[in-house]
Design a protein around this ligand. Structure first.
Ligand SMILES: *[C@@H]1O[C@H](CO)[C@@H](O)[C@H](O)[C@H]1NC(C)=O
Ligand SMILES: *[C@@H]1O[C@H](CO)[C@@H](O)[C@H](O)[C@H]1NC(C)=O
Ligand SMILES: *[C@@H]1O[C@H](CO)[C@@H](O)[C@H](O)[C@H]1NC(C)=O
Ligand SMILES: *[C@@H]1O[C@H](CO)[C@@H](O)[C@H](O)[C@H]1NC(C)=O
Length: 473
């Protein structure tokens, strides 16, 4: 009987969710290219929507030809999968939703003229609860399992019998849960249903929680003081919130919902936009929040998100990226070790290293390495000039984003130096090396390119606050 009722309700729910198309209102899928750090991984690789195990089109030059080069080590820095909004975001949304409820009530009571958009949103059921606070969604577990399986089929040699995996994770639940889901995915690839699974294989793992590596930003005093806790450090972001582009969006939303424009601000409008993205990423639905926005609004809100990432996590301040050199050096320490072991014909002690962190882990690291740097900084007043910027967080760090370092040992090298080569992939696509423009590099020349960060960037010094500064706490 319940089921019967459910069936009757379904079309109605669908209508409510989709809402009548309103002028240029868009659906979640049309807005999804602009969801920034709240983007689905599939946004980058739409073929994964059909087949989450697909490896996509062949990439020329990847992997290196197996006849001469064998993968020696895989190092991965992985952002957790799809997550719920944080408590703060959920509470903000609750405030916005009660504004809408009040407006909708006042017209049903006959006090105000009808407002269809507010009434439609008033019927939306607030399904987000504060205790979901940033946790990994079940969709996020799936992101990790599928990523693990794809990596297993991209690098079958790492999954041979008696393989060792070293897991490192941030202490946050969403990262711990991501690493455990990833491990499940690997196990399924290794022992699971696949006919190629080797029943004799054994898998051994080490697991470590390490916030100094995966949440270096919390441990870098200078970053915390100069950027995180500094009220003026985000002045470009604050200026954009009050600027012309953002004002237009806020006014439009206020008009649509028949609310006084002073009741809304950039933060509330952003949380409405996030709610659209969370509906798509977590539940694969189009919520009525989406129909408040059109593509032009979405571009403005994407810029708002990118401005924050740029100034807080990337090129905006040097300390943002320099604080990541502790992780960068850790990655190269493992690569060095693998090469040393290979040279003395020993087994590789850590053939696969999987490190689970955050968008805030990956963005500084990519900035340190020189990727996605625009000629002009992102500023409040250059929105239009930056429409074609490289720095689009949704293309760089969607949920489950991953940065892979693949070290190869190659035969027929002219010198021992040339035996070791490396490729770097971001989100399973080859990155070109900044120093050469190529997609493969001799390990030695990559080390040489980054020697300043590898030798002269000491976390303790870089992150120290000069002793004689008067601290205002
Ligand atoms: C709006 O009306 C509903 C039902 O009459 C009531 O439950 C709710 O508390 C009201 N909300 C506000 C914000 O006035
Ligand atoms: C698995 O182990 C058994 C016993 O050691 C051996 O006979 C068999 O060939 C192995 N199978 C594979 C696929 O390696
Ligand atoms: C805060 O940021 C501003 C802008 O970058 C900078 O000028 C100022 O020195 C910073 N203040 C502190 C206490 O670090
Ligand atoms: C320490 O304080 C002195 C005097 O105020 C100043 O000249 C000097 O530059 C400061 N040193 C550092 C490392 O900030």
């Amino acid at each position: 009987m319940l089921r019967h009722r459910g069936c009757l309700f379904l079309p109605l729910l669908f209508l409510l969710a989709a809402g009548p198309a309103e002028g240029d209102a868009e659906t979640a899928e049309q807005l999804s290219p602009y969801f920034g750090t709240k983007s689905r991984y599939e946004e980058l690789h739409p073929y994964l929507l059909q087949d989450p195990l697909s490896l996509g089109p062949r990439q020329p030059g990847f992997p290196l030809p197996p006849a001469s080069c064998a993968p020696l080590q895989l190092g991965a820095v992985i952002r957790h999968g799809t997550r719920f909004p944080t408590r703060k975001q959920i509470e903000k949304l609750g405030r916005f939703h009660s504004l809408v409820l009040r407006r909708s009530n006042s017209s049903s009571g006959g006090g105000s003229p009808p407002c269809p958009a507010a009434e439609r949103l008033a019927r939306w059921e607030m399904w987000l609860r504060p205790d979901m606070d940033g946790k990994l969604a079940s969709r996020g577990r799936r992101d990790m399992e599928m990523l693990a399986k794809r990596l297993a089929s991209r690098f079958p040699s790492f999954l041979g019998p008696k393989r060792r995996f070293a897991f490192v994770s941030s202490s946050k639940h969403r990262c711990l849960d991501s690493s455990s889901a990833f491990r499940d995915g690997l196990r399924q690839a290794l022992y699971g249903q696949q006919p190629t699974a080797d029943k004799n294989a054994t898998m051994s793992e080490t697991f470590e929680i390490n916030d100094r590596l995966m949440r270096f930003f919390d441990h870098c005093e200078k970053f915390v003081k100069d950027v995180e806790d500094n009220n003026t450090a985000m002045h470009e972001l604050d200026a954009f919130k009050e600027g012309l582009e953002m004002k237009k969006v806020v006014e439009k939303i206020a008009n649509t919902l028949c609310l006084p424009v002073n009741d809304l601000n950039a933060d509330l409008v952003q949380v409405a936009f996030f709610t659209c993205s969370f509906g798509l990423a977590i539940k694969n639905i189009n919520t009525p929040w989406c129909s408040l926005f059109n593509k032009e609004d979405a571009k403005v809100l994407e810029y708002l998100n990118d401005l924050k990432q740029y100034w807080k996590r990337s090129y905006g301040y040097d300390i943002n990226s320099r604080s990541s050199c502790i992780l960068f050096q850790d990655i190269f320490k493992h690569l060095d070790q693998a090469i040393m072991e290979s040279k003395s014909s020993k087994p590789i002690s850590s053939p696969v290293i999987l490190q689970f962190g955050h968008a805030e882990t990956l963005l500084p690291l990519l900035a340190l390495m020189g990727y996605f740097k625009d000629e002009q900084p992102l500023k409040a007043h250059n929105y239009h000039r930056q429409l074609h910027r490289k720095f689009r967080s949704g293309r760089i760090v969607p949920y489950a984003s991953n940065l892979l370092f693949v070290l190869y040992h190659c035969d027929q090298a002219r010198s021992p130096e040339e035996e070791y080569k490396i490729q770097i992939l971001l989100n399973e696509q080859l990155l070109r090396f900044p120093h050469s423009g190529e997609t493969v590099s001799l390990y030695a020349s990559l080390k040489n390119h980054y020697k300043d960060y590898l030798q002269n960037c000491h976390f303790a010094e870089v992150c120290a606050i000069p002793k004689n500064t008067t601290s205002v706490v």
